[in-house]
Design a protein around this ligand. Structure first.
Ligand SMILES: [Zn+2]
Length: 157
């Protein structure tokens, strides 16, 4: 189920581009499976939200670990609340996209590589929705939703 997109994470990127993260960012544990340089960039750019990247990636992987060759998306029973909205893997993917846009280029490349592999499997195991509900095409501002919203849901809401 689509959601409103805050876009709050988008602004800060220019601040970090082309600069080396400070020492504290290198001392923090690596983010998911990212190597030290991209991890440090994620910590620097996202601060306390850096942990969300790892959490969202593990939610995405958990969805892909569902047994069976084919997967259906599952709508959130409570899409209006930020925690429950993440029960829908398309919303998890939205948040990963927001973080992807918010981090500096080295982190963006590294995160992009991780996302491409996961997306490939997601595309392969879910079905495109030939006739998605209007709510899955555009968001509240009329912008088109990314492709991962136009996949078949277990019970088309
Ligand atoms: Zn809730």
């Amino acid at each position: 189920m689509p959601r409103k997109r805050p876009g709050a994470l988008r602004a800060a990127r220019g601040t970090f581009e082309g600069r080396r993260p400070p020492a504290w960012a290198w001392e923090l544990p690596s983010v998911d499976r990212l190597s030290p340089a991209p991890s440090a960039e994620v910590h620097w750019a996202l601060g306390a939200r850096a942990g969300n990247v790892a959490g969202l990636l593990s939610m995405y992987r958990r969805f892909l670990r569902t047994p069976g060759r084919r997967l259906w998306l599952v709508p959130s029973g409570c899409p209006g609340c930020p925690g429950c909205a993440l029960d829908d893997v398309a919303v998890v993917r939205d948040e990963l996209a927001d973080h992807y846009r918010a981090v500096p280029s080295e982190a963006r490349r590294a995160l992009g590589r991780v996302l491409r592999l996961l997306d490939e499997e997601f595309r392969h195991r879910t079905f495109p929705d030939p006739d998605p509900p209007a709510a899955h095409w555009t968001d509240w501002s009329g912008d088109p939703y990314p492709w991962w919203h136009r996949r078949l849901y277990a019970d088309n809401p």
